[in-house]
Design a protein around this ligand. Structure first.
Ligand code: ATP
Length: 136
């Protein structure tokens, strides 16, 4: 599927469209260059799910946990700074990836070998006009 986000003014609408078309998967790997808009789009999706926690890229903690409006947890990962896969083993990644809760991953290419088989891969690209294309 594909969504175009014209500007930040349209991001909540885009997040809603994504949620409507995201399917039954739980683990979503967001690919895209630095500045493509991964954090911004994940934030919009979480807000659309009723998260009221502060949503920022979990660069230092590796994972942030939020609570959706229905009380379910959402896990937001950023693997940009990992140096060894051991760091991901040590955090008990399997409990997250196979736990049945929503997981949103930034920089999944750094842990490609341990992504679950049923991961949904989402690619965000910045277009020449500054809009973003989201494909999954
Ligand atoms: N859909 C959009 N339309 C316009 N601007 C956007 C959009 N999405 C993100 N931006 C802007 O682009 C910049 C980078 O966004 P963001 O931090 O979400 O990127 P990122 O892919 O998470 O980058 P990084 O990998 O460095 O964390 C921010 O200033 C943000 O406001």
């Amino acid at each position: 599927m594909e969504i175009k986000i014209k500007s930040l003014d349209n991001i909540r609408e885009a997040a809603k469209a994504f949620l409507d078309g995201m399917g039954t998967g739980k683990v979503f790997a967001f690919y895209g260059k630095m500045g493509a808009g991964k954090t911004t789009f994940i934030k919009a999706i979480c807000e659309e799910l009723g998260v009221t926690d502060v949503i920022t890229s979990p660069t230092f903690a590796l994972v942030n946990e939020y609570t959706a409006a229905d009380g379910s947890p959402i896990y937001h990962f950023d693997f940009y700074r990992i140096k060894k896969l051991d760091e991901v083993y040590d955090m008990g990644y399997e409990d997250y990836f196979y736990g049945g809760s929503l997981c949103f991953l930034e920089w999944p290419e750094l842990i490609e070998e341990i992504l679950p088989e049923d991961v949904t891969k989402v690619t965000i690209t910045e277009e020449a006009d500054g809009s973003r294309k989201v494909v999954w």
